[in-house]
Design a protein around this ligand. Structure first.
Ligand SMILES: Cc1cc2nc3c(=O)[nH]c(=O)nc-3n(C[C@H](O)[C@H](O)[C@H](O)COP(=O)(O)OP(=O)(O)OC[C@H]3O[C@@H](n4cnc5c(N)ncnc54)[C@H](O)[C@@H]3O)c2cc1C
Length: 351
């Protein structure tokens, strides 16, 4: 692997937060109230209570903000990084209606942010670290200050799940990545492994097949969970091979760069060392709900269990997008959730 192939600092080979910061730094436009710092934000707030505080400026949060502000509600959207969420890290989105040729994820996220701001959404670039939700006026705390709101929409999304094997943390950004579209171009002409068996793993393998010389898809089962359309596409790709019923047990590096993955064949427990330049982990996502710490009930996976209209068990608190327990985590469902939650929040505030 040459130096270019491992120079992934700032790609999402780093924890997703870092990938997002690279992809979306430019989204913080001069003049945003988004400048980190409680003083600025608190002055902007004027000490008043927001009608709606949205936590997270991904597609769900920006849409919730758009609908709430357009309905005349005093609306703030809190974001710990830069607006756009996972969408801003997506090179191209082809399944969002209205874009017959597809759309750049970054550009679409930018447009969502601008549209929300046009209707008066105040974006506050501060991560919410804790909440008090029990009283009618909710309290939100960030590292820079405290804010109050009459309703709260949690739209904090999700992040990629880790393999949890030796070497993964040390080699993240040095051959290990969680976003093929972000980091795939570092591996032109190389050998890469994709770990997982769902739609993301299949899509990643297809995407990487156009860049890498060889793609090895490692899956712990004997067939993919991905939808059939992916099976057909993968079958046609000569540079994609499969290692069925195998699990990655360790990742090895030399001089700080990934050089191989150790996999276990589950049928007989045999270990095999596979030389690879890159490993793309696509084994699911983890909700960004740690900061809720008992403030809201979560399901076993850590997702917020909300009703069809986004209501949680706490009056005035709603959940939208990938952070919810739901069947399909996509931009189109995230924006739908955001709109529905804003409507519910408006109804709540009007009571
Ligand atoms: C590589 C990749 C490719 C994808 N491709 C597609 C595709 O082709 N089509 C499609 O429909 N979907 C795609 N998706 C999925 C899609 O991007 C997500 O479903 C969608 O972005 C979810 O939106 P969201 O607003 O719920 O969450 P996110 O997009 O995850 O946004 C959540 C936001 O909340 C912020 N946040 C988290 N915690 C806090 C906190 N405590 N305080 C303040 N802010 C916080 C995060 O920084 C983030 O900006 C893709 C995702 C990835 C990663």
């Amino acid at each position: 692997m040459n130096s270019k192939s491992i120079d992934m600092q700032g790609g999402s080979g780093l924890p997703i937060a870092s990938g997002a910061s690279v992809a979306t730094d430019a989204l913080v436009a001069p003049g945003d109230s988004a400048a980190p710092g409680g003083a600025v934000a608190s002055e902007a707030n004027g000490g008043e209570t927001f009608d709606v505080a949205v936590i997270g400026a991904g597609p769900a949060g920006l849409t919730a903000g758009l609908y709430a502000a357009r309905a005349g509600l005093r609306t703030a959207v809190f974001e710990q990084l830069s607006p756009g969420g996972q969408l801003a890290q997506t090179e191209r989105i082809e399944n969002y209606p209205g874009f017959s040729e597809g759309a750049g994820g970054f550009e679409l996220a930018w447009s969502m942010k601008e549209q929300a701001e046009r209707f008066g959404v105040q974006i506050i670039n501060e991560g919410v670290s804790s909440l008090d939700l029990a009283l009618p006026v909710k309290q939100l705390r960030t590292p820079y200050g405290s804010y109050s709101a009459r309703s709260v929409i949690v739209a904090t999304g999700a992040r990629p799940r880790k393999l949890g094997v030796p070497g993964e943390a040390q080699l993240t950004g040095r051959g290990v990545s969680y976003c093929a579209t972000c980091d795939g171009s570092f591996f032109r002409g190389k050998t890469v492994m994709v770990v997982g068996g769902g739609n993301t793993a299949a899509a990643d393998a297809i995407y990487l097949s156009r860049l890498a010389e060889r793609v090895i898809l490692v899956h712990r089962r004997d067939k993919l969970r991905a939808t059939p359309v992916y099976h057909d596409q993968l079958a046609k790709l000569e540079n994609v091979s499969f290692m069925w019923s195998t699990e990655v047990r360790a990742l090895h590096g030399e001089e700080g760069k990934l050089v191989s993955a150790q996999v276990e064949h589950l049928s007989d427990g045999a270990l095999e060392t596979v030389p690879v330049d890159g490993v793309f982990v696509a084994v699911g996502t983890q909700p960004n709900t740690e900061f809720l710490a008992g403030a809201l009930p979560l399901d076993a996976g850590g997702y917020i269990a909300a009703s069809e209209t986004g209501e949680t068990p706490i009056p005035g608190v709603f959940a939208a997008g990938d952070v919810r327990a739901k069947a399909l985590r996509q931009v189109v469902t995230a924006v739908s959730d955001g709109a529905v939650c804003a409507e519910q929040a408006a109804n709540h505030v009007a009571i």
